[in-house]
Ligand binder design. Structure first.
Ligand SMILES: Cc1ncc(C[n+]2csc(CCOP(=O)(O)OP(=O)(O)O)c2C)c(N)n1
Ligand code: SF4
Ligand SMILES: [Mg+2]
Length: 267
């Protein structure tokens, strides 16, 4: 029998626990009530929600914001956030947000929808809200699939992307072309700010958070509807291993849906 291996021990300079160390739980943003959720490992949506909450905290808007959630995997967070939340029917979040902001224009009203919810089931809602110049922030989490209902093709699915009902990849002749939602909204008079971010790496998360901050700045300045599309990983719906999803996003999804600021009326 071989001798048991000795396990290396880290020698601390002191027996007293360091005061500047943080546990993982300490990084949970203050506006997220619990750090746990039931979304799939490697899902990008919790990162995006966290970026939104960080932006609201940075703006000091926690006590004067109202979130309107659509229906999708991210709706799981509607019970976890320490801000006022309304639940809209599929695709209708911009219209519900319109009602709220027209009654309470002093509030920072924002929506969170998936690409299926916003782009397939209620595209006209956000387009008309944009054209009316409603002073709201609309966030779209774009993973190119109806994630919650099994990973089917949406209006943003890229050519060649595998989904539950395009197992050989999206084919433009059979399934049509993807729509670029941020570009669609950016050309509407009445919008204050439009950008597309991604959460596949730390740099993009930081840039996306800046975009959300700018969107709320535009909202606070009364510049009309602001829109931030966020590309999020859905390894389950994409049929890719969890650890490959960030690169898959960069190499495929972002090739069609380019990251960047598309329009800004900010001074
Ligand atoms: C009117 C209506 N149609 C369909 C559904 C079923 N449904 C619930 S979530 C969902 C998918 C949402 O996809 P998406 O908006 O892209 O969000 P994701 O789950 O990908 O984050 C669907 C089709 C529903 N709840 N209501
Ligand atoms: S199905 Fe996709 S979007 Fe939904 S929780 Fe899983 S990884 Fe996230
Ligand atoms: Mg989706």
């Amino acid at each position: 029998m071989s001798e048991p291996r000795s396990i290396p021990v880290t020698v601390l300079a002191s027996d007293v626990a360091p005061t500047d160390a943080s546990l993982v739980a300490d990084f949970t943003p203050s506006l997220v009530d619990v750090g746990e959720h039931h979304l799939c490992p490697g899902c990008g949506e919790p990162i995006a929600i966290r970026a939104v909450m960080d932006a609201i905290t940075l703006h000091g808007l926690a006590d004067k914001c109202v979130a309107v959630f659509g229906i999708g995997c991210s709706t799981a967070f509607s019970n976890n956030l320490d801000v006022e939340v309304l639940q809209a029917l599929h695709g209708r979040a911009p219209s519900v947000a319109t009602g709220v902001v027209r009654m309470r224009p002093e509030l920072a009203v924002f929506t969170i929808q998936g690409d299926g919810d916003l782009g397939n089931e209620g595209l006209q809602e956000v387009l008309h809200a944009a054209a009316r110049g409603e002073n709201i922030v609309c966030i779209m989490l774009n993973n190119g699939v109806f994630g919650e209902t099994g990973g089917h093709l949406t209006v943003t699915t890229t050519i060649g992307q595998r989904t539950k009902n395009t197992l050989d990849g999206r084919d433009e002749k059979q399934h049509g072309h993807p729509m670029r939602i941020a570009e669609l909204i950016a050309q509407i008079d009445g919008v204050g700010y439009v950008a597309r971010g991604a959460v596949n790496d730390a740099g993009n998360v930081a840039r996306t958070k800046r975009m959300i901050v700018d969107a709320f700045t535009a909202q606070q300045q009364g510049l009309g509807l602001s829109f931030v599309e966020i590309l999020t990983m859905c390894p389950t719906g994409w049929f890719v291993p969890t650890d490959e999803a960030p690169d898959y996003l960069a190499e495929t999804i972002a090739g069609t849906h380019s990251v960047g600021v598309l329009r800004s009326s900010l001074p």
